[in-house]
Design a protein around this ligand. Structure first.
Ligand SMILES: *Cc1c(COP(=O)(O)O)cnc(C)c1O
Length: 452
């Protein structure tokens, strides 16, 4: 399988090249040249396969010549050692809980695959890697946990000091070892911009930089798997029975995983795309004009406070258009098809809070702010498009409520139970340093700490 750049000038690479480079040299994002098909046999078996088995089969479609099936099975057995429950909430409405991994967000799915895959590639090549990651809340901890102790790989995480919850911060700052964390008085988008600038800086080219943000294709492919897993539990997917998914979205990597699954043949009638008040994508689908939101708005679903999602360039590419790395729309995608596949809606904090309260009192289901944006978006869709309401609908719960105890306590007066993986978190010592939000300071830090 070859991967091309959305900016169309960088040479094509295989999966190893795409994983190791992160962003393509022309600043585009890697995309698979052809989308493999989920065979009817695989779809028919999906319900009976364990999650790691299903993941190894699907990822194997992209990894030919890079990882053998046995290697992928090993990676996936090791990475996916936690449950992936699909819960019925109300009639056709379900929740896919993606919060049972070690850092209690869906980012564990991709980060744990990437850490193991990159670890193997680096061992085989004998070249050190420096992984740079900007986080709006959950990527940093998932990546830090997934890469902790991996030989020859070091990780630097940049986070917006005032926009992550206490527990989100502690999950990344209490590790130490090969993980460095930098707190910036800035927005997530500023952190992401610094990381992108470092990749493009020829002075840093000898540091072996790569990205563990969702600009790296390794962060997307594993996110196709749970869509197949969940749909196969609720519908006869081999017979073409359709489902609806609702995806709370910020940088649109999660949605991109779902779109890949759909374009590989999973029968999905519609993706409901729910953003918080950062509504640049719903507005784009509405008007065909794209405008970033600068600076991004601060909402309680903090991991979705993104004013210019980096994966939008991939979605536009998948639908025949071209968006460059600045967010300029150079060629319009097929908007009619995009609107047929996606129903986009923006949910503000007030509706998010109401969804947390209502789903708890009406259905006994505890949501955190991101999952609540999704659930509210699904309700919006079901009343706007009743003709699609007869099929199973699956809303993704992307984090565990215990990551946001202050909000939950204020709204419904309970303390979400702490998952085992987070026990002891509140008292471990933290290590992080502050960094001014300017590129020179960041570059000096990288050179003084990591130049060999
Ligand atoms: C990262 C994150 C999101 C947004 O996912 P994208 O792939 O960036 O759209 C939603 N919810 C939670 C809890 C997250 O950590």
């Amino acid at each position: 399988m070859r991967f091309y750049s959305t900016n169309r000038t960088a040479p094509e690479v295989d999966l190893a090249g795409a994983l190791l480079q992160g962003q393509a040299p022309d600043k585009g994002l890697y995309m698979p040249r052809t989308l493999p098909s989920l065979s009817p046999e695989l779809l028919a078996r999906a319900r009976d396969l364990s999650y790691p088995e299903l993941a190894a089969h699907i990822l194997g479609l992209y990894a030919e010549g890079v990882f053998s099936h046995e290697e992928l099975e090993e990676i996936c057995q090791d990475a996916y050692n936690y449950p992936v429950p699909v819960e019925q909430v109300d009639g056709k409405g379900h929740l896919l809980r993606l919060d049972r991994g070690p850092t209690a967000s869906f980012k564990d799915f991709a980060a744990r695959f990437m850490g193991r895959a990159l670890g193997r590639l680096v061992r085989a090549r004998g070249k050190e890697l420096l992984v740079l990651t900007a986080t709006s809340g959950d990527t940093g901890s998932a990546v830090a946990h997934a890469f902790l102790g991996v030989e020859s790989i070091r990780v630097v995480v940049l986070f917006p000091r005032h926009e992550v919850s206490d527990r989100q911060r502690r999950q990344m700052t209490t590790l130490g070892g090969n993980i460095a964390t930098l707190a910036l008085d800035a927005k997530f988008d500023d952190c992401q911009a610094l990381v992108k600038q470092a990749f493009a800086d020829p002075d840093l080219s000898n540091l072996g930089l790569t990205s563990a943000n969702s600009i790296n294709i390794g962060r997307l492919l594993p996110q196709s798997v749970y869509y197949v897993h969940a749909a196969a539990r609720l519908a006869d997917v081999a017979g073409g029975e359709q489902v609806v998914f609702c995806v709370p979205s910020g940088n649109f990597g999660n949605l991109m995983g779902g779109l890949l699954a759909m374009h590989m043949g999973l029968p999905v009638a519609r993706f409901v795309v729910a953003t918080n008040a950062n509504d640049e994508v719903p507005r784009f689908l509405d008007t065909g004009r794209y405008e970033k939101i600068v600076p991004s708005l601060k909402c309680i679903s903090n991991a979705m406070n993104v004013g210019h999602p980096s994966n939008l360039a991939r979605i536009i590419d998948l639908y025949g258009g071209w968006m460059d790395e600045q967010g300029a729309l150079k060629e319009q995608p097929d908007l009619d098809r995009l609107r047929r596949d996606l129903y986009a809606v923006s949910i503000d904090d007030e509706r998010t809070r109401r969804a947390i309260v209502n789903t708890y009192h009406r259905h006994g289901a505890l949501l955190e702010p991101h999952g609540a944006v999704g659930w509210a978006g699904l309700e919006d869709f079901l009343s706007a498009c009743p003709q699609q309401s007869h099929m199973p609908a699956i809303s993704l719960e992307t984090a565990h409520p215990a990551k946001f105890p202050e909000e939950i306590r204020a709204l419904i007066g309970i303390d979400p139970e702490l998952p085992e993986s987070m026990a002891g978190l509140d008292t471990r010592p933290e290590h992080h340093r502050g960094l001014p939000p300017d590129y020179t300071a960041f570059k000096d830090f990288l050179i003084s700490e990591y130049r060999t």
